[in-house]
Each structure stands twice: as structure tokens, then as C-alpha cells.
Design a protein. Structure first.
Length: 285
């Protein structure tokens, strides 16, 4: 039995190593393909100029700015809503039908295809509220899209905070809300930031929701207000690859756009990871 247990353990670890190696290999292959085909088109002009001549020349500056606006707008809505929802579910709600219904709704939202969120945003934000095809409508739609991710990550982060922290604070006469705000939340920030990182990555790469709520096929200027249309990197890449005026001619621009999108997501993630590491070190002191 000892021999069999050790053998099974070795097999399991071997399978895990093989699976990990396969994932890393696929990531390396994808990155190599994008970098090798996209680095030649990168330049200051490509980053700072607007597209021209049917998007066969020029740069992707309006698409970069539009993507940044979407990230900021969606996170401004989704992050506070997600954290507050997680606080209610973790700290205040009692087991029952209401809590069960909320949990089921969150699970269903997490598994809903992004195009459904796009249709919802089109019906509610674009048409019903009259925001039109705009940054505001797209940001609100993407906020709903990533809300389940942030809620779940925040819940897990709050649950990892030891109960002793809460009990000690309450025993000193501190109110429950003050305990949550000054004791529980600071200890849970690293996990909450992890959820924010996942949300940012999804916002930056989504195409279907913004296609239906505000992203323009060709808009070679910066949006003037939150009610303006905009260009975004994922939709711009989709247009270049499937519906451009000269798909073969724009192939280098497609790879360059994909490379810039990856770099943008990586840059934002590095900032978020730095913030998370700072709070983790602060908690250990």
C-alpha cells in the first residue's frame, strides 16, 4: 500500500508538471508569434498617431486612449459595487433564501456569455437610459461583466481574514462597520486587488460588449465626452483582421495592435501587483 501510494503521488505530480509545461509552452508560442510579427511596426508614430487611409496607415493612439477610458470607467463602477456586495454577503447576510438567490445570481452572471451583456447594455444603457453609443454605456456594460469576478475574489479575501481580528476589535468596543473598514478590509486588500487584476484583464480584451454599446469601426480622433463614441484596441484588432479594406496589407498593424494590447494589460497588471505586494508587506510588519 505504501508503494502504491508513493507511485500514485509520483504519477500525479508528473501529470501536474506536464500540464504546467504545456500551458507555458502554449503561452510562449503565442507570445513569440505576436512579438516576432508585431515588433517591426512599433514606433513612436504608431503609438501616437491616429489611423488613416482606411486604417492601412498611421497608428492606434485613439484605440489606446479608448481602451484606457474603458478600464478606468468600468473599474470605477465595478470595484466599489463588488467590494460592498462582498462585504454584505460575508459580514452581514444570514443563511436563507435571499442570500441563496443572490449567490445563484452571481454564479449565473459569472457564466453568462459576454455577448449577452452586450445585448443588455444595448437595450438598457444605450436605448432605455439614452446614453447612446458612448464610453459611458460601454463602461457600465463592462462593469456588469466583471462584477461577479470582483465579488467572488473580494468574498474569498474577506473570508481569509481570521475571525480573531474581528473579535478582538469588537471586544474593544469598536462598531462592526468600523471593524470592517479599519481592520478587515486592510487585511483583505491583497486578495481584492487580485480580483481587480482579473477584471482589468477581461475589460481590456472584450470585444462583443463594446461592439454593441459604443465602439466605432473608424473614429480617428479622441472622444470629447463620456457620451462620445470611441475606438478600442480589441475591436480595432477585430476590424483589421476580419473587415478591413485590405486585410493582407494591414497584417503587420494587426500584430502591432495585439502586441500593444498585451503590453497595456501587462503594464496595468504590474501596477496592480505592485500595490498588492505593498499591502502584503505592510500586513507582515
Amino acid at each position: 500500500m505504501i508503494f502504491n501510494a508513493k507511485t500514485n503521488e509520483k504519477i500525479a505530480f508528473s501529470l501536474l508538471k506536464i500540464a504546467t509545461a504545456m500551458v507555458i509552452a502554449f503561452v510562449v508560442i503565442i507570445l513569440y508569434d505576436i512579438i516576432s510579427n508585431g515588433y517591426s511596426v512599433l514606433s513612436i508614430e504608431f503609438i501616437t498617431e491616429a489611423p488613416r487611409k482606411g486604417m492601412t496607415e498611421g497608428g492606434i493612439y485613439p484605440a489606446i486612449v479608448g481602451t484606457i477610458y474603458l478600464i478606468i470607467g468600468s473599474m470605477l463602477v465595478a470595484l466599489p459595487l463588488g467590494i460592498l456586495s462582498a462585504i454584505y454577503l460575508t459580514e452581514y447576510s444570514q443563511p436563507g433564501r435571499t442570500t441563496w438567490a443572490i449567490e445563484m445570481a452571481i454564479n449565473n452572471l459569472a457564466g453568462t456569455p459576454s455577448v449577452v451583456f452586450g445585448l443588455f447594455g444595448l437595450a438598457v444603457f444605450v436605448k432605455y437610459f439614452g446614453f447612446g453609443d458612448s464610453i459611458l454605456a460601454a463602461s457600465l456594460t463592462l462593469a456588469l461583466l466583471i462584477l461577479p469576478v470582483i465579488i467572488r475574489a473580494s468574498q474569498e479575501a474577506l473570508l481569509t481574514v481570521p475571525k480573531e481580528y474581528r473579535e478582538a476589535s469588537l471586544a474593544l468596543g469598536v462598531t462592526k462597520w468600523e471593524t470592517i473598514r479599519k481592520v478587515v478590509l486592510p487585511a483583505a486588500i491583497p486578495g481584492i486587488v487580485t480580483g481587480a487584476i482579473l477584471g482589468i484583464g477581461r475589460v481590456a480584451g472584450e470585444t462583443a460588449p463594446i461592439l454593441l454599446t459604443g465602439a466605432a469601426y473608424y473614429y480617428p480622433r479622441l472622444p470629447s465626452t463620456i457620451f462620445s463614441q470611441f475606438m478600442a484596441l480589441p475591436y480595432h484588432l477585430y476590424v483589421l483582421a476580419t473587415a478591413g479594406t485590405s486585410i493582407s496589407q494591414t497584417r503587420p498593424i494587426q500584430y502591432g495592435t495585439a502586441l500593444v494590447l498585451l503590453a497595456l494589460v501587462l503594464f496595468v497588471n504590474v501596477i496592480a501587483v505592485t500595490v498588492r505586494s505593498h499591502y502584503r508587506k505592510k500586513l507582515k510588519r
